[in-house]
Design a protein around this ligand. Sequence first.
Ligand code: ZN
Length: 507
Amino acid sequence: MKRIFTTPTKLTLYALVLSLYTLIAFHKPLLDLVLECVERDFNGYLLVGSILLLTLAANFMVYYLLLYLLRIVGKIIIAISLIANAVALYFVNTYEVLITRDMMGNLFNTNISEASGFLSFTPLLYVALLGIAPCIYIFKRKVEYGSWRRMFANVGVAIASIAVIGVANMGNVLWIDHNAPRVGSLFLPWSYIANTIRHFHHQAMMNREEIPLPDATITNSEREVCVLVIGESARKGNFSLYGYERDTNPLLSSDSVTVYDAVASATSTTVAVKAILDHKPTGKLYEILPNYLSRNGVEVIWRSTNFGEPPLHIQNKSNLAKLRERYPDADDRYDGILLEGLREEICATTADKLLVILHTSTSHGPTYNKKYPAAFERYTPVCTTVEMSKADPQELVNAYDNTILYTDYLLHSIIEMLRSLEQPSAMIYISDHGESLGEGNIYMHGMVSASMAPREQLDIPFIVWQSAESRELKELNEVGHHHIFHSVMDYLDLRSDIFDEEKSIFN
Ligand SMILES: [Zn+2]
């Protein structure tokens, strides 16, 4: 045993051991996914073998190059990547997530208090056993780095293997095209490195100048208030307004609200919130609803306990930190803080048209039981573990349903507040996306592109309330995120060339 650490090993063998370890320790989810997606025939096994060999060859090549060129620094980089792999594997195993750009975005947009909700014993065990333990080998093992010629020979063999794998799979181009996003998201450490880069690139793209929309005119001077509430991870099926057997909407059910069947256009917060604020489906950055309305004479108030919205160019915006500062006595653990002093703020506005946007976070997992005050814990016992796959399914649903019960209270409170204003007013509530609560062993949201997402992540509530002087509402079979922009414009009597009457819920 001692000889392992005293006699130097050739870099070839050392890099091979590390890449084999990476393959075996971190790629079971990849293997499971590929086995799920292939037929049990020669070609299927060719694909499975190719993907495993590709993982091995790619990691071998990069490890070899890092070590040869950077020596101890290369060792440190590889050690860090193994620890990061362990964390990634924990998330993949526990939440059945795929490591996509949106997933990395959610991670970077999650503040520390939310991230600490994920901390428990198991992830530390993953890090210790799969990440830190192999570091003993990495740093203790003496390496004989060899010549340039040997380096080129080894890297050449790795590149040749990758090329052979490519040629052998020419006939599988369609399969690769179809499955690449999912399969690729489980290649470690490539998936989180590539998707982190993609995320920041995307952020930079989002921060570029937005494309202005044509000027709008306000067609009357009647004072009107519209409150748009953006929900978080609220799924339609758990609202009694949509027929859920539990009475999760005791207050709203007597508020004479109208509900529409809505389908989310994305399953991650960042993409979905952009869609809610966009005038049409687009990958580009056009003026979003609050920026557009604010530029055209509407007073806009934005309050958020959440993250991930496109850049806001308005005066009156408050995130959680700012709300805490403004209302030091308010309970900052729950979304109730969004309503703190809101009535006074609305009354203090002077413009004819007012838009209030509240971006909530109530039903965000994994710790649903921490997202509502104790008085709303009607359904018990509730799940308190952050490892959803180990949770009792009923306890998980109980905790989630309590968040919907609290949402019911929040929306009702907004309606009561609007009623007390005695001005024409409306509230529109829409969720960013739904949520998986263990159906098909999937949890939370944002794991797959919308086209592959399960129904639970796509079916969202869309609830409308209006004051006595109400507008006629259209009967629509299905609405979506892009109905918000035009409905809000319509309600506040704004008109411009991009206004699409078809996409308004008002007649
Ligand atoms: Zn969300």
